[in-house]
Design a protein around this ligand. Structure first.
Ligand code: CA
Ligand code: CA
Ligand code: CA
Ligand code: CA
Length: 260
């Protein structure tokens, strides 16, 4: 007996059709071992347990938590922006936004920490040396806060004290003119030596520390400068440069205190 040519062709076609039918399943299937809505690969990204549908044991599945920006690691109704799994200063929500690894402090392995790269406007997920992200400082006089934005996202929200009603911090858009690590402020009725982390943004107007009070975020307290806590002022001093707009907005509280 000889094999019918047509039969042979049909069986080849059948095999090819079967292969086409199953190939996508084998190639694209994403395994979710614990059926919590996150694939095993995503569980690596979110630092969760791929074999426990509720990693933090708070009654909500890992996948549900991530979908609504809750942390699958912390429980207690905490959001992703309150979790920093690798403790590198960039919370989990920001790591997802900037595409960096929630479990690594130097995601792209270029020697520069994720946090430093983001604060300087570079991508923490790519070794490209081009600055990718716009940055901005916004001083909100109404709320008495200083916010630091990268790529339109608020990285820091520091309590501040701006100028009192009689000597308000002037509104407008500025840029850093110079930095001075330590300087004295002397004027009518005040003599303040050894003030740290000074960033001049308009002639005679600075962002700086203020060791003589602790009213940051609560009330105005200056002759026009923007007062910050020591650690916060140091962050601004370290990461700001001439390319970062400093925008002063809002209204100076008439009664000195926020909300008045
Ligand atoms: Ca899973
Ligand atoms: Ca959970
Ligand atoms: Ca982090
Ligand atoms: Ca890096």
């Amino acid at each position: 007996m000889h094999t019918n040519v047509n039969d042979t062709n049909y069986s080849y076609i059948g095999i090819i059709m079967l292969a086409c039918l199953f190939a996508p399943v084998f190639v694209y299937a994403s395994v979710d071992s614990d059926a919590d809505g996150l694939s095993d690969e995503q569980e690596i990204v979110y630092q969760t347990d791929p074999h426990n549908p509720d990693t933090d044991g708070d009654g909500y599945k890992d996948g549900e938590e991530v979908e609504y920006d809750y942390s699958p690691l912390l429980g207690e109704g905490k959001h992703m922006n309150e979790s920093d799994a690798d403790k590198d200063g960039l919370n989990d929500w920001l790591e997802r936004w900037f595409g960096s690894d929630m479990g690594k402090t130097d995601s792209d392995g270029d020697g520069f920490p994720d946090y430093d790269e983001v604060m300087k406007g570079y991508s923490p997920a790519s070794t490209t040396s081009t600055r990718l992200f716009d940055r901005k400082v916004v001083v909100d006089r109404t709320e008495q806060r200083l916010n630091f934005y990268v790529d339109g996202v608020k990285i820091h929200n520091f309590p501040a004290s701006t100028g009192n009603p009689g000597t308000p911090t002037p509104d407008g858009e500025y840029h850093m003119m110079r930095k001075v690590a330590k300087k004295s402020y002397v004027g009518p009725g005040y003599d303040l030596p050894g003030v740290t982390w000074n960033v001049e943004f308009s002639p005679m107007y600075y962002i700086h520390t203020a060791y003589w009070h602790n009213d940051f975020g609560k009330r105005t307290h200056s002759h026009g400068c923007v007062n910050l806590r020591e650690d916060d002022a140091k962050v601004i001093y370290e990461y700001i440069d001439e390319t970062v707009p400093i925008v002063v907005t809002g209204e100076t509280p008439a009664g000195f205190v926020v909300g008045t």
